[in-house]
Design a protein around this ligand. Structure first.
Ligand code: DAH
Length: 340
């Protein structure tokens, strides 16, 4: 009789038992299923049970064994899950203890340029890095045989004949065309992005780099507006005493075109190896949007005029921080990046 009661009690225990930790599960397992465990004893005593009770008691004993095994298995599973859960959740307010990351210097300069221009009403837009010939070249007034279409400069994705290619964009000027095709003037926007050129990688050239393009189209936009906008930019970017000069230049998509220099910050304009003894360093290209480009984008060039400019972000970083080797920006060397 005592024997049956014991089985009944152990069964109730197995069905309701809870454990606080894995050790408790293990202790329970040893107590019940271990070599000298309770169940072993019960099975031993089973031999002495009168035959007519064997069937009933045997069933109860087997049910108990199954219940004990289930209790152990369920508890183990629960603890396995909680262990990994608790590792994941842990304490979310705990300080990381490691080093903090920050934005890449190229991205910091990009944000600064965006901030400077957004203060005078320029909005940000972006375009695709894989471009067709129309947006990267033709609409921008590049003649079909212009050397910039040459295999040397352009990474082709699909090459057709001269004006039927798909390539990685070689400059962000392509976004000008996309915006002008979509939007009627007034347009006042900047287009930051990555560009690609088929160049041998060296300290001064890379096969990819970053540019910010600017575009302003409205009635009566003049070269003086361009100059004042860029002077404002140079002062905000390089300091309020920064001097600029515009040198005549050539780009297919602007007429007249210019390159803008700032006074060399290293020698204060006296001349040094950095500015090749000229006292000036180039920072961007610019000009009045060529009427052909406006017409290509269905903007009436007799009503509207505008200016455009384009600058390399690495170039600005180079001037601002004196980084001479372009490759450092894409090598992800923490010793370099941590300085910004
Ligand atoms: N797209 C030119 C380049 O990659 C830069 C440039 C020059 C952009 C003059 C302009 C511009 O918008 O007016 O070298």
């Amino acid at each position: 009789m005592q024997y049956k009661v014991e089985i009944e009690q152990l069964l109730q225990e197995a069905q309701s038992i809870t454990f606080a930790c894995v050790e408790e599960v293990e202790n329970y397992r040893i107590r019940l299923l271990g070599k000298k465990g309770v169940l072993g004893d019960l099975f031993e005593k089973f031999k002495t049970i009168p035959n007519e009770e064997k069937r009933e008691v045997g069933q109860a004993l087997n049910a108990l064994k199954t219940a004990v095994e289930n209790a152990i298995a369920t508890a183990r599973e629960k603890f396995e899950n909680t262990v990994s859960d608790s590792r994941e959740i842990d304490d979310l307010t705990r300080p990381s203890g490691g080093e903090n990351g920050h934005r890449h210097p190229i991205w910091q300069i990009r944000d600064k340029i965006i901030d400077i221009f957004s203060r005078i009403g320029f909005v940000v837009a972006e375009g695709p890095e894989i471009e067709d010939d129309w947006h990267n070249f033709s609409a921008l007034n590049f003649p079909p045989d212009h050397p910039a279409r040459d295999m040397q400069d352009t990474f082709f994705v699909e090459s057709g004949d001269n004006t039927n290619n798909i390539s990685l964009r070689t400059h962000t000027s392509s976004v000008q065309v996309r915006i002008m095709e979509k939007q009627k003037p007034p347009i006042r926007a900047i287009f930051p992005g990555r560009v690609y050129r088929n160049e041998a990688i060296s300290a001064r050239a890379h096969c990819f780099f970053h540019q910010v393009e600017g575009l302003y189209i409205d009635k009566n936009v003049s070269f003086a507006d361009l100059r004042e906008t860029l002077l404002y930019f140079a002062k905000e970017m390089f300091g309020s005493s920064t001097k600029i000069r515009l040198r005549p230049s050539y780009f297919p998509f602007t007429e007249p075109s210019a390159e803008m220099d700032i006074e060399c910050s290293l020698c204060g304009g006296k001349g040094c190896p950095f500015c090749k003894h000229t006292g000036w360093v180039e920072i961007l290209g610019c000009g009045m949007v060529d009427p052909n480009v406006l017409e290509n984008c269905n903007i009436d060039s007799k009503v509207y005029s505008g200016f455009a400019f384009g600058m390399g972000i690495e170039r600005q970083a180079n001037l601002k921080y004196g980084v001479k080797d372009l490759r450092l920006f894409s090598e992800n060397d923490k010793r370099f990046l941590a300085q910004f």
